[in-house]
Design a binder for this molecule. Structure first.
Ligand code: HDL
Ligand code: ZN
Length: 426
């Protein structure tokens, strides 16, 4: 945790001064790092999604329009062009009824933050605003409006388009974009991953025989050398177990965890997805399931030399994740992921984390898929976190404990990602 020298700093006197200080800090502090996004630097071209039509066709809104306007089936929706999809969502979810959901409000928060006329509801005007800028200019604008220093990408060597860019262009040069090595296929679909690793020159067998596990570790180290990741990650189902009699256990024990330990970076199991419960919705068709917290406990307990950066998708797992973090110093809970990224749930999760963990966690990640979401997801999250911290600092002050702006600023910087950077020594 960052320690600010606050011995001589002026003590905040009274609730109003404390509340004002928390508000100013939460709203204006520069975000040190957004620990999990699906954003890309400009060199990745179309892999980076941005602009009005991408904002409005975010898969969260596809799920909402499928239930709100049943005159258009998911199959009919996906047969539309991107522009037609955006027009359909705008009409159904914004014009035909109040855009009161979090994902809809988020689109409008972005437009307002760019100084556009939200009340005018003129989507051609919005489209023209984005059309008038280059991706490089827009990245600069978004990072400035979001007051964000760095984001962590999700970098997938199994994605053909992304892999080609890494192989052709080498290391990332835009310092605002840190990397994370995402390796779901190694743990979730080994039968698919194995032939691809073999094709890439790694001597791996379906039954893990021979030096397969050593070769998987070599694959990870090769990509770590290419990407310089700040963590390795995998999205795992709600029913993922460790240990088990599945290839995932030896691959974790003999490849992933040793590689992370050698590299000095955490492994990030992101658990709780229930995949494609509604196949017709495609990417919007995933759901959530409560996972066995014992899996997280055993990962941390059986691998004390490795750090684990953990986010769980189910609201029902959050309290036990806090308790698990009290038991394992190598466990860092982070973010209010996906279906949890809503003010009411961010409030609940952040309160229990502060009450059980103090400041030893990372309060949020945006999980942005569209560049512009960096603006709204953080404006909304800053407000949710502000409300929790105001209450908690007022409770603390009520004991007579002296509070200073410098100390609160150091605390908030930690919660907004500074704790992750300190944890990995970056
Ligand atoms: O696996 C993940 O990282 C998830 O965040 C998925 O990308 C999911 O589709 C998503 O975008 N959630 O917000
Ligand atoms: Zn994600």
């Amino acid at each position: 945790m960052t320690v600010a020298d606050t011995r001589n700093a002026p003590v905040l006197s009274g609730p109003a001064e404390i509340a004002n200080a928390v508000e100013r800090i939460c709203r204006t502090i520069r975000l040190p790092v957004d620990v999990h996004t699906h954003l890309y630097s400009a060199r990745f071209g179309d892999l980076l999604l941005w602009g009005f039509d991408e904002l409005v066709t975010y898969h969260y809104l596809i799920a909402e329009v499928a239930r709100t306007n049943r005159s258009v089936s998911p199959a009919q929706f996906y047969a539309m062009t991107k522009r037609e999809q955006a027009d359909h969502i705008w009409q159904s979810l914004f014009i035909d009824e109040s855009p009161i959901s979090e994902a809809r409000r988020g689109v409008l928060t972005c437009l307002k933050a760019y100084g556009l006329d939200v009340a005018g509801r003129n989507i051609e005007e919005y489209r023209e605003f984005f059309a008038a800028t280059t991706v490089e200019e827009h990245i600069d604008r978004v990072f400035e409006v979001a007051n964000c220093e760095r984001v962590v990408m999700t970098n997938d060597p199994f994605d053909d388009a992304e892999r080609a860019i890494w192989l052709e262009q080498g290391a990332e040069t835009d310092e605002r974009f840190l990397t994370a090595l995402r390796i779901d296929p190694l743990l979730v679909t080994w039968h698919d991953a194995q032939p691809r690793l073999a094709e890439w020159g790694y001597d791996v067998a379906p039954d893990l025989s021979g030096d397969t596990l050593g070769e998987v570790r070599r694959f990870l180290m090769d990509w770590a050398a290419r990407l310089d990741p700040v963590y390795m990650a995998a999205s795992l189902g709600f029913n993922f177990a460790y240990p088990n009699d599945h290839p995932s256990t030896p691959i974790l024990n003999e490849a992933i965890i040793p590689a992370c330990t050698e590299l000095g970076i955490p492994f990030s199991p992101m658990m709780g997805v229930k995949r494609r419960v509604s196949p017709a919705l495609r990417l919007a068709g995933d759901s959530v399931g409560k996972c066995d917290i014992g899996t997280v406990e055993r990962l941390c307990e059986q691998n004390p030399e490795c750090d684990f950066l953990v986010t769980l998708l189910s609201r029902e797992n959050q309290h036990e994740l806090c308790v698990a973090a009290r038991k394992f110093p190598n466990l860092m809970p982070f973010g209010c992921w996906w279906f949890l990224n809503d003010p009411s749930i961010i409030d609940e999760i952040t309160r229990e984390r502060v009450e059980l963990l103090g400041l030893s966690f990372v309060a949020q990640h945006s999980d942005c898929r569209v560049l512009d979401q960096l603006v709204y997801k953080w404006l909304h999250s800053r407000e949710s976190i502000r409300k929790v911290l105001t209450d908690k600092y007022l409770d603390l002050a009520a004991t007579g404990w002296p509070l200073t702006e410098a100390r609160i600023e150091a605390d908030v910087r930690g919660l907004l990602g500074g704790n992750f950077l300190d944890w990995i020594g970056r």
